[in-house]
Design a binder for this molecule. Structure first.
Ligand code: SAM
Length: 221
């Protein structure tokens, strides 16, 4: 025995046990083969309760965090989603199980290329992978019903608000000047102002770009 955890065990012990209830999110997390999104030498640890390194000083996020963000996004089968920070492509694949189309944007070309090849080989036709600065959104593919970011910025980028469909949701970690990060879900209220709710403390890699943190800090989720 090498301590390998199955995707079913991951879902029951890490997601259901911590309060993830959305049946579609739980099913999507069972379906996507996470072991195909981690480096070969980490396959035995693919379903561990932790982020894992994927190269270029970046990580594939902890399974619970992926599920928590997707549950908060409240996607329906016709949703169009912007996934910021493609990384391995894992979160994009889980998102594609829940939505109609996913535009996934990554600033590091090697990661974007590897993720695009992986997603194509797994048959994910509903995902468009772009290379670029996700803090500017993807105006040519807007509007989005949800914008979900797996890297922490100083605030919600204005371009995301402009590219959000009515009743859409933005889910992202926000880092305060103190370095404390909180996962936020935001929507636009009737008066046009942003309504934010905190989902608790988190630790993500920095969102680097025009409306990002503009600095690199390795070793984060
Ligand atoms: N969702 C990914 C997965 O499933 O593997 C994990 C993402 S990793 C925690 C965060 C990613 O955000 C990194 O690959 C990083 O290069 C990317 N990133 C950081 N700033 C970005 C930006 N402005 N635009 C696009 N990607 C960015």
């Amino acid at each position: 025995m090498d301590g390998r955890i199955s995707s079913d065990e991951m879902v029951s012990r890490q997601l259901e046990a911590r309060g993830i209830r959305d049946p579609a999110v739980l099913a999507a997390m069972r379906t996507v083969p996470r072991e195909l999104f981690v480096p070969q030498e980490l396959i035995a640890r693919a379903h561990d309760d932790t982020p894992l390194p994927i190269g270029a000083e970046q990580t594939i996020s902890q399974p619970y965090i992926v599920a928590r963000m997707l549950e908060a996004a409240e996607l329906g089968p016709t949703a169009r989603v912007l996934d910021v920070g493609t990384g391995s492509g894992y979160a994009a694949a889980v998102t594609a199980e829940l939505a109609m189309h996913v535009v996934s944007i990554e600033r590091i070309p090697e990661l974007a290329d590897a993720a695009a090849r992986r997603l194509r080989s797994l048959g994910y036709a509903g995902i468009t992978v772009l290379v670029g600065d996700g803090t500017l959104g993807a105006p040519e593919h807007a509007p989005f019903d949800a914008i979900i970011a797996a890297a922490a910025g100083p605030d919600i980028p204005p371009a995301w608000v402009a590219q959000l469909a009515p009743h859409g949701r933005i889910v992202l970690p926000i880092e305060a000047a103190s370095g404390h990060q909180e996962l936020i879900v935001a929507s636009v209220g009737d008066g046009g102002s942003l309504i934010r709710r905190s989902l608790g403390a988190v630790l993500f890699v920095p969102l680097i770009g025009d409306a990002g943190l503009r600095r690199r800090r390795p070793g984060r989720r």
